[in-house]
Design a protein around this ligand. Structure first.
Ligand SMILES: Cc1cc2nc3c(=O)[nH]c(=O)nc-3n(C[C@H](O)[C@H](O)[C@H](O)COP(=O)(O)OP(=O)(O)OC[C@H]3O[C@@H](n4cnc5c(N)ncnc54)[C@H](O)[C@@H]3O)c2cc1C
Length: 381
């Protein structure tokens, strides 16, 4: 019997994970990725919760543990850059922290033997009927698929023609995120994240085995227009936001301004009334992004596993499979999305009083964690 053919749009985290599981469940997956190669950006992310059994069943957990970052603690700094509190990082034996790029690479390596990957291409039109979906591509020849999965991230273009414009589903948290890679010697201690917070702005220096990262998370005085391609505007927005911040801000902003294409995006969540329409279904950030929590990759892996499992269990009844997949993963996503607004206020407080509350809470949370060393309050010198 001919294997059902599934087009997966996007080779981030969700796409390769789904390709792996679909191939094992009797499907023929093709993954199309608009970038020329796997995208390398992103800070470290924690693989945790429902993604751990998925990684175990894929046999990739040992590789991920080998690639794990060495981050052991988070040092919170006062506005002058003096450490005020050192917290153990959120690790533990049931989680593993790797860079997003390493996770994407490991997933791709696991899937590529059984799935077709097409880079430097994208979908230009989708036309579905009772029996399948006709797809046209920017470069490849048109093809018909049984199903199409949009795993093309927060700003999914698969979502637009099928479900409607992005503004209907994307909720702004009022914060911006910007990152830039740093030279390896920009880090003194590879086991420690350092985080400076002043009202409305946070600046993190994030170590990594290979490329450390500076992460800017802030509320802008003037909301920047949502023009994702305007790099000059992104640079100006970051420079303006951190103009009066001390510590390493001048040097890190300079690194941001020097980079040809640093990352910049408003922090948003994606909330959709339904994740499928006919033969097209959404997965990962395209369906339900949970900005800020760093849970997106784990949710993407869990979603990929659930979607492939439900398709296999429903023997080709894609409508029932999509519905059960959605209700399984919504249960995981919903409480996380509820926490995001609160977290945004806690992570980047807008006042000094809010900052003090956050640090007090940080101490309490650190002390409650049974397996971690207790947080160490650091006395000013
Ligand atoms: C470069 C980058 C850096 C990131 N950095 C972080 C981070 O530091 N911390 C964090 O928590 N999360 C980060 N994320 C988001 C995180 O990867 C997601 O929350 C999570 O992994 C969910 O994965 P996903 O596969 O749904 O989406 P993503 O990982 O965003 O992957 C989507 C993929 O789809 C591709 N794509 C987009 N549009 C099209 C199209 N039209 N046609 C074909 N392909 C397309 C993209 O190039 C990308 O490879 C980053 C994402 C990217 C792409």
């Amino acid at each position: 019997m001919k294997k059902p053919e599934v087009l997966i749009v996007g080779a981030g985290i969700a796409g390769p994970a789904l390709a792996y599981w679909l191939a094992r469940n009797g499907y023929r997956p093709t993954v199309v990725e608009q970038a020329r190669q796997l995208r390398s950006g992103g800070s470290a992310i924690v693989v945790k919760g429902p993604a751990i059994p998925v990684a175990e069943r894929m046999g990739i957990l040992p590789q991920l543990r080998e690639l794990a970052t060495r981050n052991r603690s988070l040092s919170l700094l006062d506005p002058a850059g003096k450490p005020v509190l050192r917290l153990p990082s959120s690790g533990g034996s049931s989680t593993v922290e790797v860079t997003r790029a390493d996770l994407s690479e490991v997933l791709h390596r696991s899937a590529r033997g059984d799935a077709e990957f097409v880079f430097d291409d994208t979908v230009t039109a989708l036309d579905q009927d009772e029996g399948g979906v006709d797809v046209t591509f920017r470069r490849s020849a048109p093809r018909r698929f049984d199903l199409v999965v949009g795993s093309d991230g927060m700003h999914s273009t698969t979502r637009r023609p099928v479900f409607g414009p992005e503004r209907q589903f994307v909720r702004d948290l009022g914060l911006y995120g910007a990152t830039v890679p740093l030279e390896p010697d920009a880090i003194d201690d590879p086991s420690e994240l350092t985080m400076l917070t002043v009202p409305n702005r946070m600046l993190v220096v994030h170590p990594s085995r290979t490329t450390p990262l500076a992460i800017f998370t802030f509320r802008a005085a003037q909301p920047a227009p949502h023009d994702r391609k305007n790099i000059a505007l992104h640079k100006q927005t970051v420079a303006d936001a951190y103009a009066d911040v001390r510590w390493r801000a001048p040097e890190l902003v300079a690194a941001y301004l020097d980079h040809p294409a640093p990352f910049f995006d408003p922090l948003t969540t994606v909330r959709m009334p339904s994740w499928s329409r006919g033969r097209v279904v959404l997965l990962g950030d395209a369906a339900a992004a949970t900005a800020l929590l760093g849970d997106g990759s784990s949710m993407a892996m869990a979603g990929a596993y659930a979607l492939a499992e439900e398709l296999a269990a429903h023997h080709g009844d894609h409508a029932r499979a999509f519905a059960t997949y959605e209700s399984r993963i919504r249960r995981e996503v919903r409480p996380r999305q509820r926490r995001v607004g609160l977290l945004a206020g806690l992570m980047v407080p807008s006042t000094r009083a809010g900052l003090a509350v956050r640090n007090t809470m940080g101490r309490a949370v650190g002390q409650l964690h049974p397996r971690q060393p207790t947080p160490v309050p650091i006395k000013p010198a």
